[in-house]
Design a protein around this ligand. Structure first.
Ligand code: NAD
Length: 257
């Protein structure tokens, strides 16, 4: 059990990467705080963990709101006595996210509020709890788009993930001597609700697939395994790193026929 006696808080744990990570972390012995704004999905995730003999609670929190983030961290300490793993994973991809001309200011602001400020707020309230626990690990979900530009634009999303990456490196340096490791998880295109809603036609999906050397979308379960590696002592000498799990997309110049 790689997370025995660990308490892990995961935002956006009602679906996709967050959900699969919550299930995997619980099966590895962690007590899990499921955070989401979708109460039905969050409570269902708790049930799935409990059915398998694991321990979890659901906390409704919008990561773009400071007070909600303060409360989610307090819930972790009140229910399980401490916090060891903070997984800032919640994120959105707005259907109105486009190029600079077509993206409305409110789409830009909503995307930044959840994807970028949400990570900051998780850290603002989570880091003191990790310090009280004598150290811990933070995983911030960025994306391969923090490294590569696409001609099929999603400008606000891409900028938000670049911010997550830069913030992760600085957090890692600031807290390195406190036993707190901070790493970015950079998934490639996944077959989760977030991307499949955005690529809502077959031609749009094919336009993406052509750039992935492996020739398929990734699965949330595959990313959860990378998250477990970053959450556990298996990655004990890693901090400030960007772990790419992207089907080879960032390595490719020309993809196989
Ligand atoms: P998903 O849509 O399946 O799950 C995201 C979850 O976050 C949902 O349960 C949603 O209710 C929740 N959420 C949304 N706004 C929230 C808020 N304000 N506060 C709390 N919870 C909120 O998405 P996913 O594909 O699992 O994505 C998870 C993370 O991975 C995101 O940060 C996303 O940007 C990133 N990512 C996804 C892909 C991909 O292709 N799917 C690729 C790279 C990175």
């Amino acid at each position: 059990m790689r997370l025995e006696n660990k308490v892990a808080l995961i935002t956006g744990a009602g679906s996709g990467i967050g959900l699969e990570s919550a299930l995997l972390f619980a099966s590895e012995g962690a007590q899990v705080i499921i955070v989401d704004v979708n109460d039905t999905a969050g409570k269902e995730a708790v049930k799935r963990i409990e059915t398998k003999g694991g321990e979890a609670i659901y906390v409704h929190a919008d990561v773009s709101k400071g007070d909600d983030c303060r409360k989610m961290v307090a819930a972790a300490e009140q229910n399980f006595g401490k916090l060891n793993v903070l997984f800032n994973n919640a994120g959105i991809m707005d259907s109105g996210d486009d190029n600079a001309m077509a993206t409305d200011e409110d789409v830009w602001e909503r995307t930044m509020a959840i994807n970028l400020k949400g990570v900051f707020l998780g850290c603002k309230y989570g880091i003191p709890a990790l310090q009280r626990a004598g150290g811990g690990t933070i995983i911030n979900t960025a994306s391969f788009v923090a490294f590569l530009g696409a001609a099929t634009p999603q400008l606000a999303y891409t900028a938000s993930k670049g911010g997550v990456l830069a913030m992760t490196r600085e957090l890692a340096v600031i807290h390195a001597r406190e036993g707190i490791r901070v790493n970015a998880l950079c998934p490639g295109p996944l077959r989760t609700e977030l991307l499949m809603k955005f690529l809502n036609t077959e031609p749009k999906k094919q336009r993406r697939l052509v750039h992935i050397p492996m020739g398929r979308f990734g699965e949330a379960k595959e990313i959860a395994k990378a998250a477990l590696f970053l959450a556990s002592d298996d990655s004990s000498y890693m901090t400030g790193a960007s772990l790419m799990a992207d089907g080879g997309i960032t390595a490719a110049y020309v993809t196989p026929e």
